[in-house]
Design a protein. Structure first.
Length: 79
């Protein structure tokens, strides 16, 4: 059973450096076991997302392509 996200960042339309800054700020403020959902369009943001967060700090729940609007959804749980 999938849990609802505790935090949702809709980064569709945001420029990549600002997007990554918002992700790191939100992730830093989260408590362990909370879930962050990220929505975006930019493939660079999706790729760089995993570079700005230490691999040991989260558990990846889902990466999903949404074809209807060429966007993506990522859910991760903070460890």
């Amino acid at each position: 059973m999938r849990r609802n996200a505790d935090h949702i960042l809709d980064l569709r339309g945001a420029i990549p450096p600002i997007s990554l800054l918002k992700v790191t700020q939100t992730f830093r403020e989260m408590k362990p076991d909370q879930i962050l959902e990220i929505l975006g369009h930019d493939p660079d943001t999706r790729r760089d997302l995993f570079k700005v967060l230490p691999a040991f700090s989260y558990e990846l729940i889902i990466i999903e392509e949404m074809e209807r609007d060429a966007s993506f959804r990522v859910q991760m749980k903070k460890k």
